[in-house]
Design a protein around this ligand. Structure first.
Ligand code: DGJ
Length: 696
């Protein structure tokens, strides 16, 4: 499929470059342009013709590089098409340059263009917001132009996200059907478009959103567009997801992609800004006692003149608040060491508050529009630093560098970003290049992250932006994981994690056990359900352990031990989504369930998760058919994270009884065709039943 596509694209290139890159002003006006520029002399046309084609073929990928030039102007575009060998993902991007007399204005500069030839194409895209990320929308593609855009400026995965799937033959199915998956590897504003402006089919374009972003390109400078990554699968959405997961893990698109991640406790929802040494040490004791491996101190630990007691002050003043932590960070890293756990810390390096020493001393360091009042974000005081400015980039680098130089024991950083770009102006960029800001911000951010990674390749860094606001492949190469959502309600997490898994691998997805009743939704869920939901990705906790019951503590201890055994499978296995929580059912009659499975490459080891999402008396259960197994192999089921029971003889919580499926064996063929009746009964039982089985 890839080769055919490439060959067809190449054939087009010999006469003119339109097949790979429709440009404004070339012969074929049927397409919308992927590239529209205004040359130095005012000319708006672009007629690119291939000058030279080179091929690279190495152990990892084959890359075709086509150098093109405009017929008239000294304007050049180099087209890259890189096909990875270990995984069916292709990346495409353009390097744009010129030697015209004055700057050229890039008015639209997409990363890629693909023709879509399907009889009944349907689009799947992810929408969401703070605490409600990753909601899939599926819709038929019709005539006209459908655009998915994000113009937050700093975070691009809240509201609409830069990844889509397009099924060619109707509503996309999980395990079959022809589906294209595409992700724009960029953390800034974007626009993904599907255009059907004539009878010749559909055309897909993806790139940086040109709104307020006409890019002023100086002569001899090269502007490289972000990469567009895409795959075609005949195995439905599941096939697309697995290709993206493999690519993320093995092609450098996720930092340390093939490594597993630790089980952690994060302090945020347990104590918020009320950090004291005593509370932190107590939380460390707790996570260590459950068998956890890492403690992360979230927001609230810093500030000198201004204290960080709420979200309105001290960002930028990255010194320990000795009123809260009199013995500094060293006392905490030492304490972690004593408890045989690692220590991590929260920062929000790209931001400041008007109430901060940083802002008082360096008011120029923030994004601002000349002669206009500042628009203030979170806490009524938050501002975004001007990452286009190399001095600000140095400062952001130094935040991480100072922390890690002074405290080399810090093993983990949570890098947060809680503000949009509301002030679209820079005192660093010249007046005639203000429209470069939205793009140069992210180029500056990536440059800084590259420096950090060059010096600190082994520190685990979490990508957080008010939850999952920056879950994108533009930033993932520099991060080991991302915070999926600020919403830790286990029921809603089933849905959020489901949508997020369409493109992102499980070892990157930070999933935490929250408190109950949960503070945002008021919902009460059993501890087993909360553990089971969090265990399907990178497991952690986000609560105050001091408030946990003995039952909750006992269950978490079992969950952590079982998770450690299953971790390579969960975090690095191949994902098969079995039953979608979005599947419509007559809910009082039939139980709403969600189920997913991870299988190793050898197909001799798998783990199955099943969640009951609705509970009504006499509701019929659901048979769950597995996928991705070897039909000829026999698998034995072992129940995991079994619900704990109270042992009256010992006056303590301890191991409970497994269900009747435990120890039973079935062939892969049976499991995939007949399926399992997993005991998720709600009669005389608790709400939100769930089960985990290991299959060997
Ligand atoms: C937003 C993040 O998503 C939360 O997890 C937490 O770190 C807060 N910021 C802290 O201010």
């Amino acid at each position: 499929m890839f080769l055919a596509l490439c060959a067809c694209l190449m054939a087009g290139v010999q006469s003119h470059a339109i097949d790979l890159l429709p440009t404004f002003g070339d012969i074929d006006h049927i397409h919308l342009p992927a590239l529209l520029v205004q040359h130095a002399d005012g000319d708006q046309s672009l007629q690119l013709r291939a000058q030279d084609t080179t091929y690279t073929d190495n152990a990892q990928y084959m890359e075709t590089v086509i150098a093109t030039k405009d017929l008239v102007q000294p304007f050049y575009v180099t087209i890259h098409v890189r096909q990875w060998k270990a995984v069916e993902i292709t990346e495409t991007w353009y390097d744009i340059s010129h030697t015209e007399k004055k700057p050229v204005r890039l008015q639209r500069y997409d990363s890629g263009y693909l023709p879509i030839n399907g009889d009944n194409p349907h689009l799947l895209h992810l929408h969401g917001n703070w605490a409600a990320e990753g909601v899939p929308t599926v819709e038929p593609l019709t005539r006209g132009v459908k655009a998915i855009r994000n113009s937050d400026g700093a975070r691009n995965a809240h509201l609409d996200a830069p990844e889509v799937m397009i099924a060619l033959d109707g509503v996309p199915q999980e395990n079959y059907g022809r589906v294209l998956g595409a992700a724009l590897c960029w953390s800034g504003n974007f626009e993904l478009r599907v255009a059907a402006t004539d009878e010749k089919g559909f055309h897909f374009y993806a790139g940086i959103d040109p709104m307020a972003s006409e890019y002023i390109l100086e002569p001899k400078k090269v502007f490289s567009t972000p990469h567009l990554a895409y795959t075609w699968s005949n195995e439905g959405m599941g096939g697309v997801s697995r290709a993206f997961h493999r690519w993320a893990r093995t092609c450098g698109m996720l930092h340390n992609g093939n490594a597993t991640r630790d089980i952690l406790l994060n302090s945020w929802e347990g104590i918020y800004f009320d950090i004291t040494e005593e509370r932190i040490l107590a939380m460390m004791n707790d996570i260590a006692s459950f068998g956890g491996e890492l403690f992360v101190m979230d927001d609230g630990w810093f500030g000198a003149k201004y204290q960080r007691n709420s979200d309105n002050a001290a960002l930028g003043d990255w010194v320990v608040d000795t009123r809260k932590l009199p013995n500094g960070l060293k006392a905490l890293t030492d304490a972690a060491k004593d408890r045989h756990i690692k220590f991590g810390i929260w920062i929000e390096p790209e931001a400041t508050n008007t109430l901060s020493e940083l802002y008082e001393k360096h008011p120029d360091c923030v994004l601002q529009e000349r002669n206009r009042e500042l628009k203030l974000g979170r806490g009524g005081t938050q501002l975004v630093l001007d990452m286009t400015n190399p001095k600000v980039q140095d400062f952001v680098f130094s935040i991480v560098d100072d922390l890690l130089t002074k405290h080399p024991e810090i093993a983990y950083i949570k890098w947060d970003a809680n503000a949009s770009i509301q002030n679209c102006g820079s005192t660093y960029l010249p007046r005639d290049k203000q429209s470069n800001l939205y793009v140069d911000y992210h180029l500056g951010l990536v440059k800084t992250l590259e420096r950090i990674r060059a010096k600190y390749p082994n520190v685990v860094i979490q990508n957080c932006a008010s939850g999952g606001g920056r879950a994108n492949y533009g930033l993932m190469p520099y991060f080991d994981e991302f915070w999926v959502s600020d919403n830790n309600d286990a029921l809603q997490r089933v849905y959020i994690q489901w949508g997020t898994s369409y493109f992102f691998p499980s070892n990157a997805m930070a999933q935490h056990i929250g408190g109950s009743p949960y503070l945002m939704t008021g919902r009460t869920t059993p501890i087993k359900f909360r553990c089971d939901v969090a265990m399907s990705g990178r497991l952690g906790m986000e609560l105050q352990p001091a408030h946990m019951t003995d039952e909750e503590r006992a269950q978490c201890t079992v969950a952590f031990a079982d998770y450690k055994e299953l971790r390579p499978l969960i975090q690095l296995g191949n994902l098969y989504r079995l039953v979608s929580p979005y599947e419509p059912v007559p809910v009082v009659e039939k139980q709403q369930v969600a189920s997913l499975l991870y299988v190793n490459d050898a197909k001799d080891h798998a783990v199955l998760f099943a969640y009951g999402l609705s509970s009504f008396m006499k509701q019929s259960s659901r048979r769950i058919r597995l996928a991705g197994l070897d039909p000829d192999r026999t698998y034995t089921l072992h129940e995991k994270n079994i619900r704990v029971a109270y042992h009256h003889d010992r006056n303590a919580w301890g191991e409970g009884e497994p269900c009747e499926l435990d120890g039973k064996s079935f062939t892969g063929a049976y499991l995939m065709s007949v399926g399992l009746d997993i005991p998720l009964s709600t009669e005389y039982n608790i709400d939100y039943p769930s089960r985990i089985f290991e299959l060997k």
